[in-house]
Design a protein around this ligand. Structure first.
Ligand code: FAD
Length: 470
């Protein structure tokens, strides 16, 4: 029989559920990736690192399939039309794909399934990008979890080799359909431009993911101590690879659980957070329409000052750690986890701007943007989410800066205007005397902004805003 594997956020040719089942059950397996205009047309910036990352990763996957005398068919159009049309043209009896949990993707997949059905083509779909999905981890009362720690405990109790073992795709690669190799045209043909991605230390594709993972395994035992410091290479930097499936979650979870110890266990916990937020979205699809997880926080009357919002976006708030974070995001598409928490908290509880504005900005800029993790992170910071930061806990941006970037190494990298400040001055440059400003040739209010709001005042305003809502 003939089948078609539709790749989406799973750009690899090993340990891949849909590819495995297709190859195991069909003698002739074609592979396709669609640059979906429904998604691409909504991207405001035509120099988008994600599109370039996908482009490069697709190129590598294509080359890998060509090694087996086959190819990855690459199309550009609406997936709802392209996939059924191709399946028909190839006379495929079935299309195989992996689950995507975002409501818009579910709608798209339902439409594809309907179209295929009218032509008697089967649509098979599998869990692939998480260890546990949907209803696999439930409370004793068979209810979904909305608190992380008990979810994690059940996750750890349930996980075993069955869930972690790789799909042995290799055994069946002989069933890939023979195809004449086609070269990819160019990123520009999609209407997109190159970005600074190639100058960043972020290698693409399966090979890039493997390089980063090997490097991280050397450091994993220090993860717990190092992960919170943005100037230290402490995390894995694998989020974009998990986003586009250039590495297998089973491989990562298996390795972390095998290694054990504080570092690997803490890291495994982060992978579990990822599963946690996916299942939160599955059980709460209303989140995708902008709803707060906790209904009592649905309509906090945020003042939403658009000038303050612009300053935050541009990294010009006068709070060095927040500005460094936002400039890292703008310049690289990445932001360190500690800084995502600090920048998000600052937007909501210092600038008093609706978390949805920040969520949208991150969604536009983050190379690893993933709806469930981003929404989860924002609602955590805004205290509107499941298992969120309590509303009366408000990060102090100076204290965060002193604790997590004590020598200002990270700040100096992105806020070069403050490079001449001492380690002490750099966290609150508005306190530097006029005389000292002259001697270090850094005038606050001219070379670098004065704080756009006063933290102590805004903290009180935020507390009363939340207090009056609950
Ligand atoms: P590591 O520390 O090496 O962690 C390993 C992996 O675990 C990550 O790659 C990621 O897949 C997962 N992970 C880690 N922390 C979390 C978390 N809190 N929630 C869910 N998964 C997690 N992560 C995204 O992947 N996409 C997003 O769009 C995203 N938006 C965020 C927005 C906010 C406001 C906050 C506070 C966090 C957000 N995160 C998001 C989570 C986290 O910041 C990133 O996953 C992490 O910084 C990526 O770096 P890393 O791969 O080096 O992480």
């Amino acid at each position: 029989s003939t089948s078609l594997v539709w790749f989406r956020r799973d750009l690899r040719n090993y340990d891949h559920a849909a590819l495995y089942y297709a190859l195991k059950t069909s003698q002739q397996v074609y592979c396709v990736f669609v640059f979906d205009t429904e998604i691409l047309n909504h991207l405001p910036d035509k120099a988008d690192r994600r599109v370039e990352f996908i482009w490069e990763s697709v190129k590598e996957l294509k080359a890998a399939l060509q090694q087996h005398g086959s190819d990855l068919i690459v199309l550009h159009g609406m997936a709802q039309h392209e996939v059924p049309q191709l399946a028909q043209a190839l006379k495929a009896q079935a299309v195989f794909t992996n689950h995507d949990y975002e409501p818009s993707a579910i709608t798209r997949d339902t439409q594809v399934a309907q179209q295929l059905q009218t032509h008697q083509i089967d649509f098979h779909h599998y869990k692939d990008q998480v260890i546990f999905e949907k209803d696999e981890i439930l409370t004793m009362a068979h209810k979904p979890y909305s608190v992380f720690t008990p979810y994690k405990n059940t996750w750890l109790k349930t996980v075993n080799d069955f869930y972690l073992k790789p799909y042995p795709v290799d055994r069946y690669l002989g069933n890939l359909a023979k195809l004449e190799p086609q070269t990819l045209t160019s990123l520009e043909s999609l209407g997109f431009q190159r970005t600074n991605l190639s100058s960043m230390r972020l290698p693409t594709g399966m090979s890039g993911a493997a390089t980063l993972f090997t490097d991280f395994i050397e450091r994993i035992k220090h993860y717990k101590e190092a992960r919170d410091f943005p100037a230290v290479k402490g995390a894995s930097y694998l989020s974009v690879h998990l986003r586009f499936g250039t590495i297998s979650i089973r491989q990562l979870a298996r390795t972390a659980l095998q290694i054990g110890g504080f570092g690997a266990e803490t890291w495994a916990s982060e992978l579990i957070w990822r599963d946690f937020y996916f299942q939160i979205l599955h059980h709460n699809p209303q989140l995708a329409t902008g709803k707060a997880f906790k209904p009592e926080f649905e309509s906090i009357p945020f003042p939403n000052d658009s000038a303050l919002f612009s300053a935050w976006c541009e990294g010009k708030t006068g709070y060095p750690l927040v500005d460094a974070a936002m400039r890292q995001l703008n310049n690289t598409g990445f932001m360190h986890n500690r800084l995502r928490m600090v920048a998000a908290s600052f937007l909501v509880k210092d600038l008093l701007i609706d978390w949805r504005w920040g969520e949208r900005y991150f969604a536009e800029k983050l190379i690893d943007f993933d709806f469930s993790a981003n929404n989860g992170g924002w609602q955590w910071a805004a205290s509107t989410g499941c298992d969120a930061q309590p509303w009366f806990r408000i990060f102090n941006p100076m204290t965060q800066s002193e604790r997590f970037d004590g020598h200002g190494k990270f700040i100096r990298k992105y806020v070069t205007e403050l490079a001449r400040c001492s380690d002490k001055e750099i966290h609150a440059p508005w306190l530097i005397s006029a005389q000292r400003q002259t001697s270090i040739n850094t005038v606050i209010g001219q070379d670098y902004p004065k704080p756009i709001v006063d933290h102590a005042t805004q903290r009180e305003r935020a507390l009363s805003l939340y207090k009056n809502t609950v």
